[in-house]
Unconditional design. Structure first.
Length: 219
């Protein structure tokens, strides 16, 4: 629960956004978005100390040195999937084709195997979208898989860098955040509020309507 953990660290410590982002595996702008509306958000903070992921000594080290990288305590071993694509929540599965199309358009150097790991899909689906034989090709609109919540910016950047190195080309620099800082923060905030609302409806037994996604970078 990285967002909930980040929320707790923002509210209860003086760690920098960079330290919190690094520890929680989030983008720094995601942490800033959480910090901007901590008082209004419905996101319940998750204490990493009580969860035995951090010690107060470790937090104090980070608070004294802004360059210190927090070290997570070793938790109980978890059973992980070793085969097959990554799990994607049902609510996001309909967005997979859009994310695949975006990667094929902007990063053709990334292999189908790498795309499958990033998005959690199959080579057959990727090939169908590439050659436009997918059953729903008329409704597929390329959208950034990071803003769709299908992968993280860190994972995407790593895949791009690895593919570029293998192909002997220079990795493309992501300039989407230039001039679009506020737009991204608003998008992240809206997604978090929608997730919190959906969780409330699920808890009450009601069904949440499918949210309409609007890409803040498509202008």
């Amino acid at each position: 629960m990285p967002h909930a953990t980040a929320s707790w660290l923002v509210e209860n410590t003086s760690l920098t956004f960079e330290q919190i982002a690094e520890f929680c595996g989030l983008h720094i702008l995601e942490v800033q978005a959480i910090a901007d509306d901590t008082a209004a958000t419905k996101l319940t903070g998750r204490d990493p100390v009580r969860a035995h992921e951090l010690t107060m000594d470790e937090i104090e080290k980070g608070q004294k040195d802004a360059n210190y990288v927090l070290k997570m305590m070793k938790g109980p071993e978890q059973v992980r999937r070793t085969k097959g694509p990554r799990y994607t929540p049902v609510s996001k599965r309909q967005d997979k084709p859009d994310g695949i199309a975006w990667i094929l358009r902007h990063h053709p150097e990334i292999s189908d195997g790498a795309i499958g790991k990033l998005i959690g899909t199959t080579r057959t689906t990727i090939a169908a979208i590439r050659d436009r034989s997918h059953w729903n090709i008329g409704n597929i609109v390329p959208k950034d898989p990071v803003t769709l919540g299908l992968t993280t910016q860190r994972e995407l950047d790593a895949a791009v860098a690895k593919a570029a190195k293998a192909a002997g080309i220079e990795a493309q620099v992501d300039t989407r955040l230039e001039g679009d800082r506020e737009a991204l923060i608003e998008q992240l905030r809206a997604e978090r509020e929608a997730a919190a609302h959906a969780a409330e409806l699920a808890a009450s037994g009601e069904e949440a309507p499918a949210p309409a996604f609007e890409d803040p970078f498509k202008r």
